[in-house]
Ligand binder design. Structure first.
Ligand SMILES: *Cc1c(COP(=O)(O)O)cnc(C)c1O
Length: 367
């Protein structure tokens, strides 16, 4: 039989997205006999000591590497970020309570619309313009209702490629942030935060586990009338083991966090992410208007680099030529068009330099 040679491409899909090769190889090595158990992690009880150790290790690595304060609980749930759109208002808003929503993209609009079907919520600001969102609002555009329980925002807008540089000051109202596409990509200040949630499939691991970081006082606030499976109170009490977690996903996330630790922790990741975004934005600006960034400069995302080719008839060619060099997953979201290069934690600077080199050659040839 002919031996298959492995061909790994550079995968820039917006999510699920590339994982570090080492974490996949570890899973491959351990798949049939995990740690001498004679079983796969896919086959083992979630109450076993082997799985419990991985579950706890993932939580502790996340706390240590991300600097999560002690008054935050760490939950590893299922249902994706989208279930959190519903769980947050269900848990935190009682009779007569209000919350604010900042809408800066498709996902934050989904979060807002979902909350509206359940509770009384208020739009603090939207940056929508002709169905698109190319900027983050200024502090003085945000209008919070008096006595608001929380203010929801999306820290990185995956589809449009915008990102908050830092969290706004919401006058003491706790921020609830959907950080699905920039969690663990840089250090953050937890002081104004009440709750963070993120599907793991962009920066932390595979799809199937959702990280929720929730401040103690908000857990205490959780309404008592909810079914256990939807209650932050129960999920915290049971350490996310109320029911069966996605064991394999948590195991992969643990592998990913160990990989980050070995690489030099969050400081390494943050520096690398900054450098990667800088390489691509510099190249786009130097080759403007051949490449055209529609995002307001101060609102640019370090995670999802979006741009158009001014001659849009070249876009299909661009995607095709990129694919022939092993650069995959860069077609912009259908609602925006253009190109989107998602450069999450797994990508090293070398990958981005290869993309930049391809883009430069393409611009020289067709510009
Ligand atoms: C990908 C993404 C989501 C959707 O997450 P699911 O886990 O599929 O529910 C939500 N919000 C943001 C910002 C995202 O990037």
């Amino acid at each position: 039989m002919e031996e298959q040679t492995m061909k790994r491409v550079m995968n820039f899909y917006p999510g699920p997205s590339a994982l570090p090769l080492e974490t996949l190889e570890q899973a491959q090595r351990e798949l049939l006999d995990w740690g001498g158990t004679g079983m796969s992690v896919l086959e083992i009880s979630h109450r076993s000591k082997e799985y419990s150790a991985v579950h706890q290790e993932a939580i502790e690595l996340l706390r240590g590497l991300y600097g999560i304060p002690r008054n935050f609980h760490i939950l590893l749930l299922q249902g994706g970020a989208s279930l959190q759109f519903a769980m947050i208002p269900m848990n935190l808003l009682g009779e007569g309570d209000a919350a604010d929503y900042i809408v800066t993209g498709r996902f934050s609009n989904n979060a807002y619309k979902t909350a509206k079907t359940l509770k009384e919520v208020h739009l603090a600001v939207s940056t929508e313009a002709e169905g698109k969102y190319f900027r983050i609002p200024k502090q003085d555009e945000i209008h919070i209702v008096k006595g608001s329980v929380y203010c929801h925002l999306t820290s990185n807008n995956t589809i449009f490629g915008t990102q908050w540089r830092e969290f706004p000051d919401i006058e003491g109202v706790p921020i609830v942030a959907d950080m699905s596409s920039d969690i663990f990509s840089r250090r953050i200040d937890f002081s104004g935060i009440g709750l963070i949630y993120a599907g793991a499939q962009k920066n932390l691991g595979p799809a199937g586990v959702t990280v929720v970081l929730i401040r103690d006082d908000l857990v205490k606030r959780a309404l008592p009338s909810l079914p256990d499976i939807l209650s932050y109170r129960t999920l915290v009490e049971k350490n996310s083991l109320y029911n069966t977690p996605c064991c394999f996903c948590v195991y992969m996330m643990r592998n990913m966090l160990k990989w980050v630790e070995k690489k030099g922790g969050l400081d390494f990741i943050e520096a690398q992410n900054k450098k990667k975004a800088e390489i691509l934005y510099t190249l786009i600006d130097e080759n403007s208007p051949f490449f055209l960034s529609r995002v307001e400069k101060e609102s640019r995302s370090d995670m999802n680099i979006t741009f158009n080719l001014t001659d849009d008839t070249l876009e299909a060619r661009f995607i095709e030529d990129a694919a022939s060099e092993g650069i995959i997953g860069i077609k912009g979201h259908r609602s925006v068009g253009g190109i989107r290069i998602s450069i999450y934690n797994s990508h090293g600077v070398e990958d981005i330099e290869r993309v930049a080199d391809f883009m430069r050659r393409f611009a020289n040839k067709h510009g």
